[in-house]
Design a protein around this ligand. Structure first.
Ligand SMILES: [Zn+2]
Length: 282
């Protein structure tokens, strides 16, 4: 949780909604950047958005809301719609990444287009996802899940399957599996969570604690991505096949016939040699 890294600062900050100075102790943190509080808002400004009392649950809900969005609501005199925001979880995943805004925006767009939702606990991984993708590589789908007790963002692209973990305390890790090595994929569901099984050569990888609704989509999209890649490869393979030269059997057959004609004395050695050279192209 980002709040664990939150260090109070004894200084006055500017409220991003009304642009007046804001005492930290009277303000709410929103929109954390790299685990550090970036913005504070007046309680009275928060109240104008319909957020009167900030309980922990609601604080969690608004924590990753882009403050530009709150500011827009504030300027328009609109209330913050918790239900709407809850149904649009991707909003929470947005975060200010000032150094490379276009790349992370592109990732967000790709995730939205792929219909990805409920990527709980992998915000850090998402912010770094662009570092793992090749320029032409596209996100097909993604889930968050556990593997051997560690939390991963698991991404299907048009090219491969990636496991990304960027745990800041024990160091992150990364693994990718090429589609050529995926033999089978399946899932099983419990009440709200599913386990996805991916057979990779002789090994089976279990991805646990995947959102129950996302697991079947993940399985289907992975199967399709593997098939598409295989089909692409076959097309490429066929396109690269050299044009087979026409079989030379007809020429050889003619030479054999000529030899027979020579042997029976119907043509001379000179005529045979000439014709043979012609047929062999020498
Ligand atoms: Zn204010």
């Amino acid at each position: 949780m980002d709040n664990q890294n939150f260090q109070p600062e004894m200084k006055l900050l500017t409220c991003p909604l009304c642009f007046e100075k804001c005492n930290f102790f009277m303000s709410y943190p929103i929109n954390s950047v790299n685990g550090r509080m970036a913005k504070v808002i007046h309680p009275k400004c928060m109240a104008k958005l319909g957020i009167k009392k900030l309980d922990l649950k609601k604080q969690g809900q608004i924590k990753h809301e882009p403050y530009e969005y709150l500011q827009e609501l504030y300027n328009n005199g609109e209330k913050y719609d918790f239900e709407k925001a809850k149904n649009d979880r991707l909003k929470y995943l947005r975060d200010d990444v000032p150094d490379e805004p276009s790349q992370t925006d592109d990732i967000q767009n790709q995730l939205e287009e792929a219909g990805v939702s409920n990527l709980f606990g992998t915000k850090k991984e998402i912010n770094h996802l662009h570092e793992y993708l090749d320029p032409q590589e596209k996100i097909v789908y993604a889930v968050s899940g556990g593997r051997e007790g560690r939390s991963y963002l698991i991404v299907i692209t048009n090219n491969r399957l990636m496991f990304i973990n960027k745990n800041m305390f024990v160091g992150g890790d990364y693994e990718e599996i090429g589609f050529d090595y995926i033999n089978a994929v399946s899932y099983s569901s419990k009440f709200v969570l599913s386990t996805i099984m991916i057979t990779n050569g002789a090994n089976t990888i279990a991805i646990e604690n995947v959102d129950k609704h996302n697991a079947p989509i993940f399985v289907e999209k992975l199967k399709k991505a593997v098939q598409d890649k295989t089909a692409d490869n076959q097309q490429l393979f066929q396109a690269q096949q050299p044009v087979q030269p026409q079989p030379q059997t007809s020429n050889l057959g003619q030479i054999k016939e000529l030899k027979e004609l020579l042997d029976m004395g119907a043509i001379t050695q000179e005529e045979f040699d000439l014709k043979k050279k012609e047929l062999l192209g020498i």
